[in-house]
Design a protein around this ligand. Structure first.
Ligand code: HEC
Ligand code: HEC
Ligand code: HEC
Ligand code: HEC
Ligand code: HEC
Ligand code: HEC
Ligand code: HEC
Length: 312
């Protein structure tokens, strides 16, 4: 009995610490997927030939375990979003037809997530050039991987990190011929050439987000999502290089950065890199981890009870 208690406490502790630290790879459920989906090669048992086989994994199906751990959905098991049928390999062909949940399916009309204004974002996306041209084919997932998305603009204190994270979203497609062609069917125009008129292009792309010039700034929305056609893009230097820069109502509207923008002129904002605000803690995350803790506890108690009964 004593042993049982020690083992019980140990299992409980490891489970909880794995869950709360979001260790995907060590998580037993995800492990069964990631033993294949985190590597360039995978092995499986060929039942027909009755032997072990080793094959190459499609590089687009390889998941980045480090990025998974940082993502907002790190607490999820793969099969919370994907069918349980994926647990067998070869995967059933029908699974390719499986509809996937969209951001709005889970976050729409949910009080917990109200600060993000998912519905408003959805409205803005529907006005954007991407949606106008490609409709439902241009899902939120084209820009936000459900696996790895992090709310950088809201939570980071580092302007360069925010800019880089945001711009990588656009560049991952606009600078990648395959991804661009997948959606458009034609080659991507060269960004460097298009933005030739902008001096110090590299410096600008490190310090301003693409969306600064390509979206309409919307009051009350943290990240503007209405990406407009190129004819509406900002070209005037003075829109940013003045004391009431448009950057103040977009990039610098974040609470985490606001104190900096009170300096007024762009230069003071950018040179004042030493200012650091503490990260906010999400009360929801805390609640979620407590719920998961209790659920895990329940699971283990049930499991142990059955084992003990069986033994008897
Ligand atoms: C034995 C290795 C292996 C395991 C284990 C495995 N997969 Fe896969 N998975 C693959 C391979 C290989 C492909 C690509 C081609 C295919 O469907 O066979 C794939 C494809 C996929 C796809 C993409 C389907 C498509 O065509 O778009 C998804 C989604 C997926 N797997 C999810 C999962 C999930 C979730 C799990 C765990 C429950 C899992 N897989 C476990 C090897 C594996
Ligand atoms: C929060 C929901 C969610 C979770 C959790 C999740 N997936 Fe996915 N997954 C998706 C969605 C949505 C897509 C389709 C993406 C798209 O439309 O481009 C997808 C696509 C995939 C694909 C196809 C290729 C790709 O990356 O687009 C693979 C492979 C895959 N998931 C594996 C996994 C594995 C392995 C796990 C667990 C580590 C996992 N997924 C966890 C939502 C999820
Ligand atoms: C299958 C349901 C589901 C889907 C699909 C989904 N989410 Fe989530 N998402 C959740 C849940 C549940 C949480 C809370 C997880 C937690 O706190 O551990 C969450 C957390 C988040 C958070 C962090 C909220 C916070 O305050 O901590 C953001 C931001 C987010 N999701 C954005 C998205 C975006 C963007 C998409 C689409 C690309 C998406 N989600 C798709 C269920 C989902
Ligand atoms: C064209 C690309 C693109 C599309 C499409 C897109 N987003 Fe975004 N979204 C972004 C960028 C860039 C950010 C800023 C990234 C960050 O959070 O740091 C962002 C940020 C967000 C945030 C965080 C805002 C905050 O207040 O912290 C949420 C939530 C979000 N998007 C939801 C969605 C939803 C829901 C959809 C689909 C209806 C969607 N996005 C479609 C590019 C896009
Ligand atoms: C998944 C791929 C993909 C992503 C991600 C993406 N785009 Fe696009 N974008 C396209 C395609 C394809 C077009 C061409 C639309 C057309 O044919 O008119 C386009 C068009 C545009 C245009 C309009 C050009 C014109 O002809 O008027 C702008 C501006 C733009 N994108 C900016 C962005 C920004 C900013 C982001 C990031 C927030 C982004 N895109 C993310 C694929 C993408
Ligand atoms: C300083 C403002 C500014 C920034 C920053 C900026 N753009 Fe632009 N962009 C413009 C202007 C202005 C045009 C219109 C150019 C023209 O029509 O000659 C344009 C044109 C475009 C086009 C249209 C291409 C075409 O001709 O079909 C795309 C796509 C685009 N930008 C994407 C991006 C992406 C992605 C980023 C971030 C890496 C970005 N832009 C950053 C101002 C900017
Ligand atoms: C969307 C806002 C925006 C627009 C539009 C814009 N800039 Fe900038 N520019 C910036 C930011 C932010 C920096 C980086 C400031 C820093 O780090 O000191 C910058 C840096 C520069 C620098 C380098 C300054 C230095 O200290 O090295 C020059 C030169 C410059 N911009 C000229 C221009 C010109 C000319 C135009 C119009 C053709 C223009 N910019 C349009 C935001 C913008």
């Amino acid at each position: 009995m004593k042993h049982c208690l020690i083992i019980f406490t140990f299992i409980l502790f490891t489970f909880y610490s794995l869950k709360s630290s979001g260790q995907w790879y060590d998580d037993p459920v995800n492990h069964s997927c990631l033993k294949c989906h985190a590597f360039q090669t995978y092995s499986f048992h060929n039942d027909l030939m009755d032997k072990e086989e080793k094959r190459l994994m499609n590089p687009f199906f390889i998941q980045d375990t480090v990025a998974l751990k940082k993502g907002v959905h790190k607490q999820f098991d793969c099969t919370d979003c994907h069918s349980y049928e994926y647990e067998t390999y070869p995967h059933s062909a029908n699974l390719k037809l499986e509809p996937m949940a969209t951001c709005l399916d889970c976050h729409g009309g949910d009080e917990t997530f109200a600060p993000y204004q998912f519905e408003k974002i959805d409205e803005e996306v529907k006005k954007s050039i991407h949606y106008q041209v490609y409709g439902e084919n241009f899902t939120c997932s084209k820009c936000h991987s459900q696996h790895t998305y992090t709310t950088t603009a809201r939570n980071s204190n580092d302007v360069l990190e925010i800019v880089n994270y945001s711009n990588q979203i656009c560049l991952s497609c606009h600078n990648d011929m395959r991804k661009y062609m997948l959606i458009s069917g034609h080659e991507n125009p060269k960004l460097v050439e298009i933005h030739n008129w902008l001096p110090n292009q590299e410096l600008h792309f490190q310090h301003v987000r693409c969306i600064e010039c390509h979206t309409e700034v919307v009051d009350g929305l943290m990240v503007s999502h209405n990406i407009q056609g190129k004819d509406k893009a900002v070209r005037k230097c003075a829109e940013c290089h003045t004391s009431d820069s448009r950057l103040k109502s977009s990039l610098y509207k974040y609470q985490n950065l606001q104190v900096r923008s009170e300096g007024g002129v762009l230069n003071t904002i950018f040179s004042n890199d030493s200012y650091i605000i503490g990260m906010q803690e999400s009360p929801f995350l805390k609640l979620a981890s407590i719920i998961i803790f209790i659920a895990t506890l329940g699971g283990i108690v049930i499991h142990l009870t059955f084992r003990i009964i069986k033994k008897k």
